[in-house]
Write a protein that binds this ligand. Structure first.
Ligand code: SAH
Length: 284
């Protein structure tokens, strides 16, 4: 009797304090993330449903899992970061992905963004420059039921010409200009979301659209992403000389900077910012 009562009290406590493990815990993670995305102005029901379905904790290293429900970027190793969930949701919403659209992501990282995309279309392609990340993401996505996602290892600057054109392109690392191959590989009517800016300076999230063969670009919000890095072998001697001395280390065939970068939002209400910002609409 006493034991029964004690168990009952403990169970109640667990429910009240949210300390339960397993499905209930993960459902809470996802509810918090959906609430955070809503609070930032994301309204697309399909995107919010994707956020509610993908278990973010599965994409984090064990020592970061308890932060899974925090709406912020988190370290995933090698100086890289999983993007802030509300920003994942906003960038996905901006792409207006239809169920038959072919989507390319540059910067697979943990595979979280790719899983969100895979909830919206079965044609997801993603490229990662760090081979260990690519193979870990491949295993993880397969295990979680996202086996259809195609993961390539290499320099995403060059896009994935064999599978082009794409209806949507999302770049989750920041180059200092929009790569020409990505512009070319965007289908007529296609959308691209890309952070652009220097590694150490202000970056801006851009939305590009291709209409009648021409690209227009709208500057949206300030962001901070890890840099898009190029394999040293591909850099011209002039660019190679510009790699900051001592900081980048040569890992496999890729430059990986040792500095830690994080994604953050420059605004409280993303949608208000997006709506309120005058699009430059400037042809690139
Ligand atoms: N979208 C990821 C987070 C991105 S972190 C997620 O959901 O977890 C940025 C990623 O871009 C890192 O994994 C980094 O290795 C990768 N990256 C950097 N430069 C790249 C390049 N030239 N081509 C492909 N991936 C690149």
């Amino acid at each position: 009797m006493r034991t029964g009562l004690a168990t009952g009290v403990l169970a109640l406590l667990a429910v009240v304090t949210g300390c339960t493990k397993g499905p209930a815990g993960t459902a809470q993670v996802r509810e918090r993330l959906v609430a955070a995305a809503r609070a930032k102005g994301v309204r697309d029901g399909r995107v919010l449903a994707a956020l509610a379905k993908v278990p973010r904790e599965e994409f984090l290293p064990p020592d970061q899992r308890h932060h899974a429900s925090d709406d912020r970027s988190l370290p995933i190793g090698r100086g890289q970061r999983i993007t802030q969930p509300s920003l994942v949701a906003l960038m996905t919403e901006l792409l207006r992905i239809g169920p038959h659209d072919k989507v390319l992501e540059i910067g697979t990282g943990s595979g979280y963004q790719a899983a969100i995309l895979a909830e919206l279309t079965s044609n997801v392609y993603t490229i990662e420059i760090i081979p260990e990340f690519a193979s870990a993401a491949r295993d993880r996505l397969r295990r979680l039921g996202y086996a259809a996602v195609q993961i390539g290892t290499g320099d995403g600057y060059r896009g994935w010409p064999e599978h082009a054109p794409f209806d949507a392109i999302i770049v989750t690392c920041a180059p200092d200009h929009v790569p020409e191959p990505l512009k070319e590989q965007l289908r007529e009517g296609g959308r691209m979301v890309i952070p652009v800016g220097p590694e150490d300076g202000p970056q801006t999230l851009h939305l590009l659209k291709k209409r009648q063969g021409k690209l227009t670009s709208t500057a949206l919000i300030p962001v901070r992403f890890v840099p898009l890095v190029r394999p040293a072998a591909l850099l011209s001697p002039r660019l190679r000389a510009r790699q900051p001395a001592g900081r980048p280390e040569l890992v496999d065939h890729a430059w990986v900077t040792t500095t830690q970068r994080y994604t953050h939002l420059g605004a409280e209400d993303l949608q208000a910012q997006v709506a309120g910002l005058p699009g430059t609409g400037a042809p690139l």
